[in-house]
Design a binder for this molecule. Structure first.
Ligand SMILES: Cc1ncc(COP(=O)(O)O)c(C=O)c1O
Length: 288
């Protein structure tokens, strides 16, 4: 039996119920997070909590920093209750504007946000990590606040479905002739030995893994540049990779059915991946 958390209560997941008037259901009016857990420790909790607090404040859902900080204890309790304190896991967290009669404008003051969390076992894919993934290019027709991790994921859903139908894992999103990010990962190209990725702005999610991947690259002496990659540069890039909470740093070995470089994970990607994984697994290793 899986135990989940809903509005202050720990209960069997199948018993967790949200109203059909919940604004998360009706409007996609909410913010979420996914955190990675290794041997019971949450990786980069402060970064995830900061992003969630910022997102909730930007969309004016009254659930502030102390409330979000309190979700760390919820995650740890869910991990313990679900026997997930060893091995790897993820925790999904979601806060919506709550349940109220349907109006586009905000519900009455005092409407309680809906707060949900659930932990699951997670096993990283060795194929993704070692052999890499296939990607396609796809138009980035999402809105212009992609920096907010809202539960309204229609753009990502349609992009990932197009990738899935093409036998690929990720969709590389193209806006105004440049690569912004993946549908659910940040995207990187290695061009002339430099790791290039879209700069932080309203057009991409400020990925926690993006931050650690860029740090990892700098640590091992790989140059990093936050100058957008044009579609032309993308198609000619020597190496491509993605970074995300459930993908880590993973090589992209084919794009739109054509091999990237020689069709094998490239040396710079491998260097960054190794340094990234060392950061990811370091806190758990230190605790042992
Ligand atoms: C659009 C998008 N970009 C990037 C990421 C990667 O972010 P993180 O590394 O924080 O998981 C995600 C994760 O869900 C995402 O949805």
């Amino acid at each position: 039996m899986t135990t989940a958390y809903l509005n202050g209560e720990y209960l069997p997941k199948e018993k967790a119920r949200v109203s059909v008037d919940d604004r998360g259901f009706v409007f996609g009016d909410g913010i979420y997070e996914v955190v990675r857990v290794i041997e019971g420790s949450i990786f980069a909790w402060p970064e995830h909590a900061r992003r969630m607090t910022h997102g909730l404040s930007e969309v004016r859902i009254p659930f502030g920093a102390p409330d979000v900080d309190g979700l760390e204890a919820v995650c740890l309790r869910l991990l313990a209750d679900n026997d997930l304190t060893s091995g790897e896991a993820t925790v999904y967290l979601q806060v919506t504007r709550g349940s109220a009669p349907r109006t586009h404008y905000f519900p009455p003051a005092g409407t309680q946000p809906t707060v949900y969390a659930a932990a699951s076992r997670f096993t990283p894919s060795p194929t993704m990590r070692d052999d890499g993934i296939a990607a396609i290019t796809f138009p980035d027709f999402r809105w212009t606040r992609c920096d907010l991790k809202t539960v309204n994921l229609m753009g990502a859903v349609l992009a990932r479905e197009a990738a899935h139908e093409a036998g690929a894992y990720e969709a590389f999103l193209i806006r105004d002739g440049v690569l912004t990010e993946g549908a659910a990962t940040n995207a990187f190209a290695v061009i002339d030995g430099v790791v290039r990725t879209y700069p932080l702005s309203n057009y991409i999610l400020p990925g926690v893994s993006r931050h650690y991947a860029l740090d990892a690259a700098r640590d091992v002496g790989v140059r990093v540049s936050e100058v957008p990659v044009t579609q032309q540069e993308l198609l000619a890039a020597a190496e491509l990779f993605i970074a995300g909470t459930t993908t880590d740093v993973a090589p992209v070995v084919s794009l739109d059915g054509k091999p990237v470089g020689d069709g094998k994970p490239g040396p710079v990607t491998r260097q960054v991946q190794k340094a990234f994984l060392a950061k990811l697994y370091a806190p758990a290793a230190a605790a042992r």
